[in-house]
Write a protein that binds this ligand. Structure first.
Ligand code: SF4
Length: 161
């Protein structure tokens, strides 16, 4: 896609730069984060569609880092857990361990319909359940996959930026 087209698309999506309403718990978390949100991402069984959109929010078009949102390599350095996909049986244990490795107070974000309710994979033999069946979820971002504008808006609410 040409740069001019990308810039035009960014300009026609004000949600990418405008914060949206958030529940009280998220507002409290945002007050703690004060514009800096470090995320540890766990793919618990995604089809990788959600990962493509996560990657796109860090592209020059959406540039989530300008809002203080960053991916961390270690859960020890993260404020929040960003989980995609239904939780497969193989990933339930690693997801619990990663959750335990985050310092309190921690936040869990379920990104995509699969993370929220197993989506297209509901009832599949290898699926343990939704993210909320394995670790407590604080924020859900709906969509299959969610649009990058929606991801940026939701994470900005959590970051307080
Ligand atoms: S919500 Fe959609 S894009 Fe995301 S992991 Fe599930 S099927 Fe893939």
């Amino acid at each position: 896609m040409r740069l001019r087209t990308l810039v035009r698309r960014w300009r026609t999506h004000p949600a990418a730069i405008a914060p949206v309403e958030s529940p009280p718990g998220i507002r409290e978390a945002a007050a703690r984060h004060r514009g800096s949100l470090q995320l540890r991402h766990v793919d618990a069984g995604s089809c990788n569609g959600c990962e493509l959109e996560i990657a796109s929010i860090f592209s020059p078009v959406y540039d989530a880092e300008r809002f203080g949102i960053r991916l961390e390599a270690s859960p020890r350095h993260a404020d929040a857990l960003l989980v995609t996909g239904p939780v497969t049986r193989n990933m339930a244990g690693p997801l619990r361990k990663t959750f335990d490795a985050l310092a309190e107070p921690r936040v869990v974000v379920a990104l995509g319909d699969c993370a929220r309710n197993c989506g297209a994979f509901a009832g599949a033999y290898g699926v343990e359940g939704a993210v909320g069946d394995v670790v407590p979820v604080d924020l859900e971002i709906p969509g299959c996959p969610p649009a990058p504008e929606a991801i940026v808006a939701a994470l900005r609410n959590l970051a307080g930026s």
